[in-house]
Design a protein around this ligand. Sequence first.
Ligand code: XMP
Length: 314
Amino acid sequence: MQTQFLVDEAVEALQSQIDDTAIIACSGGIDSTVAAVLAHRAVGSMLHCVYVDTGLMRLNESDEVSEMFADLGIELKIVDASERFFSHLSGVTDPEEKRKVIGEQFIRVFEEEQDGCGAKFLVQGTIAPDWIESGGGERDVIKSHHNVGGLPEDVDLEIVEPLREFYKDEVRAIARELNIPSSERQPFPGPGLAVRVLGELTPDRVESCRQACHIVETHLEEAAERGECDLPWQYFAALLPVRSVGVHGDVRVHGETVVVRAVTSLDGMSARYSEIPHEILAKISTKITNSLKGQVNRVVYDITHKPPGTIEWE
Ligand code: XMP
């Protein structure tokens, strides 16, 4: 009942803010999907939904997102910008710099889309932790989330943020109210796998991280379904540019390291590492080193809470 009220209020507010063509970047994540459905309810075909394939998405993600929007009855334009992102990220290793480059390229892609549809408004799925952690007032900047701190200053669109005051658990409740199928999906950061590939972002390294994330996701989801563990709030892999000596058969390998991260949390503001049974971790480790032979020869598990760590590694 109360959630229905929040939905009505958000739709009304959007109707009073948006009086011309609007554009929204849909990643398929819960925040942007909820923002898109609310804005679509508010202004219908005045809203243009665009999915930017940055080359930094999870396995099969683009297909799944396009199916979901088809089911929601909302038109979605897919833009393949992966080459552009990789070329601008070439040689960039600093986490804040990566986020800024990604934020900027997102906006540049949008400006091109904006030219196509004449949008005056940009709808974003920014939620409260995004801007709180991006530094407001006297807070330190922890990470500039790509949809806030990474924005270039010369943005030529009026920004509308219907979820700005909400936390993740509230957004999930609204998603359930709106029958969005991704409502139970784990959160995924705006800059995608870029913040899970430490060091240089090459297509090969991103692909290794993509495969490792998929292995962690499928193993934990299947184990949870069998009742062998609770499904963590968020669970993924990150690729570290740390090389160590290993052996495959008789051959010495000097491969990189994958770290497995799984946490319990309510809203992402604080988190505890999940106590995953060792047998499950062992299966994940074996599958990762077998699948990424020659590239990854060591798998570690992150046992850091937030604070002092953050959930993502960058
Ligand atoms: P951290 O790593 O800051 O993450 O503890 C808290 C939650 O936010 C997600 N995250 C992001 N979400 N844009 C987003 O939309 C971003 O730039 C971003 N960075 C982190 C992270 O996955 C976790 O759920």
